[in-house]
Design a protein around this ligand. Sequence first.
Ligand code: VIB
Length: 222
Amino acid sequence: MTQERQGLLAMVERAKPIWQESYQSNFIQEIQAGSLDQGRLVNYLIQDQLFLAAYARFAGQAMALAPTMEDLRFYYSTLSYLADTGNDSADSWQQQFLREQGVNLDDYDQENLKPATKELIAAMQSIVAGGRAEEMMVSLFPCLVSYSYIFQLVADHADLSAENIYADFFKDYATKEYQLACQRWLTYGQQYLEKRQAVDDYKLENIFLRVSRLETLFWQSF
Ligand SMILES: Cc1ncc(C[n+]2csc(CCO)c2C)c(N)n1
């Protein structure tokens, strides 16, 4: 008899149709085709950087409340994609590109959030503010893993030989390395929930799916 998946991995399976919708958004499809207007990329990148700043604060709050060293290490490891340590300025390609476009991220704050970004951040804020360790943990996963799922699909479909500048930009999220990081995070999260016997918690799955839907609305807003 095949055993049905449980816990975090089951949540991933149930969220895939939602992530698929993100992949089908005009914005992602235009990245894939290489036809995206640069102005829209700039708008997206500004919102994404504001989101990532919020993500860093969520992870920071989760770390402040983390019961074990291992949990601390987990949250810390999810932050490594905020900056690109592979280049001298330690800026990610996103920050570098924005600077080249004359955008100074210091000029932007919460007031510049678009409604979809605001809702996504607000939902995560309220989960983190609830202070329940499992809920915090689960709420971060759709952000981390959906990017791998979506950009893997983009990489599978994009014509890389045609010098697609966007495919080149986003390839970070389609690397084997990022895929493996996601797998490690998922294994950790899966065991984390099992230890707390929270595997069948309906509430956790609802959080996972809600954040996934808000991410889809985020993609659809560009
Ligand atoms: C709206 C939005 N959702 C998800 C991600 C992906 N993501 C969120 S946190 C993180 C790791 C940071 O080290 C990554 C890759 C994003 N960039 N923007």
